[in-house]
Ligand binder design. Sequence first.
Ligand code: GSH
Length: 655
Amino acid sequence: MGLLSLGTPLKWSEAKEFADHVRSHGIDQFLSIYHKMKDKQKDCLLWGDEVEYIVVSYDEQNKNAKISLRVFEMLAILQKDEQDWLKDPEHVPAPATSWRPEYGRFMLEGTPGSPYGSSLRDLLLVEPNMKLRRELALKTMRPNEVPLTIVSYPRLGCQGEFLDPHHEPNGDACRSLFVPDEIINPHARFPTLTANIRRRRGSKVAINMPIFKDRNTPSPFIDPTIPWDRDIFPEDKEAKEGAAKPDHIYMDAMAFGMGCCCLQITFQACNVTEARRLYDQLVPVGPIMLALTGAAPIYRGYLSDVDCRWNVIASSVDDRTPEERALKPLEHDRFVINKSRYDSVDSYISTGPLFKPKYNDIDLVYDKKIYDKLRSNDIDDQLAKHVSHLFIRDPLVIFKELLDQDDSVSSDHFENIQSTNWQTLRFKPPPPNSNIGWRVEFRSMEIQITDFENTAFAIFIVLLTRAIISFNLNFYIPISKVDENMQNAHKRGAVLNEKFYFRKNVFTKQKPSSRQPSPSTSTSTSNADINGASNGNTPDDDEDQDAYELMTINEIINGKSGGFIGLIPLINSYLNSVNVDIETRCQLSKYLDLISRRADGSLMTAATWMRQFVQNHPAYKHDSVVSQEINYDLMKTIEKISSGELEIPELLGKQ
Ligand code: GSH
């Protein structure tokens, strides 16, 4: 998350009057950036990871693990080196780590102080840097506090004591039955975002995740911990009126979603063409990595029937009105919109030779006026559709003082809409007046318990991008199939039990094309060499070439004899094709081995391990309830695993 502008935020009733103003200037700002930067070339790939932490605070006396609301005290210390450096970059060394707040006042976000370079040896810097981040964060904490890399805090919103310090859930911004406003980052953007999502939608957000039905879980499950009859806010009756579904864990606030932690990777591409190509090729990888990193099986004190966070966040920021959700005929609103602002990508954006229009098979909703303006300003059809699709959304947080901007130097209005479209991939134009190039952010992965795992997943994605560029790989499948994969990725045990659509032949022969050429990248291995390593099947027939089929995650990651080559074999071929010293190769193999074994089921996902921990806990009553006592032991165990004090070979293998 970038730096935040300050000012007076407008309430929804005022903000909506300026929606067209923000959109129109946002588009002017995009056009200014695009035309200034479209020819910008960077000679090498830079990249960085973002790790999100939840700060847990133990109450040893009562054997309770709460979340700590003290992160701004911690951030003041953590951000000091960076602030000193920014004041005098010539003389003060650049900091090794960089820190930002996140949505939750109990969350921290840490990144490397400067991006990693393109050299493979740089990959060996990642795990030590993540370890350093954890150490530095811990140093700012009280003896009873600890930064944990867990996706969702299991007892967020439970009755009783889950917050340090305690606050009653009666805040005006989220009006939640379960969580107070004090858990929201107090910067004006966040309470405003929360309240304006609710106001725009016309009701509180309604998140319903299916409960895991254990042998003693009542059926139907009607949650006895919901304060059904509370009467503080008009919204209190929504739960009773159908917002809370039977057999589901009901949550009613943005914090349940945006309070979740993930692992994001951002790449700077050589140029805009390469960024668009990488974006597209990573789109089908998004749901696969969501399933493989699944680490979020518990919500509001109950075991759920899903393994990951994505749909929780999607519902937690779903600001669509009833008309936009097609619950009422369109009268006041402009579009029926099929997804939340936080969801999977709706269209591919590359115009390279591998792209075919048939892959964009979702009926894309876009703002026609904005599309026409972009087209008449030399933006190609696909990029114009992408941007005018993002711009169907209203700006949710507008600062009064920032309404008037110089569109030739500011990107504030563009970013207002862009950065509240939270999709599996984000295509990021260079910020004005910076040295930064065109970037792509990979956003689907869930945070893992240890720095080793987070490094492994980060490096896997980095190496995959290298293989994509070097071998000109083609992962395109119809985007509607990517959406189906997204939903499958959530299911309990998806890694072992579900199948996912994936392209069979990733070495499609290129036909001569008049489209924008993709940049040539040097590699010592040709497609033919790689084809030799697979089944060598590159049929000319278009339909055959484009074939995709349902595969297990194991087949996608590790390959299938006589079938798809597999992502790890592709990465290994890439590593064979470049000069890499033995030490680096050995270390990279350890990381790749973790991914490979998670995929083949010889190691568990974090979600499966957490489920088993709960189900094997002596206090568990097989009723889906994750009690204070179980949660305390789970947090303590996760802390020990992350510090290396406890080895769990079924999760991490032998280290
Ligand atoms: N924690 C999220 C996840 O698990 O996917 C990702 C982080 C995120 O999207 N944070 C929100 C945000 O707006 C906080 S409201 N970040 C800034 C941005 O996306 O530009």
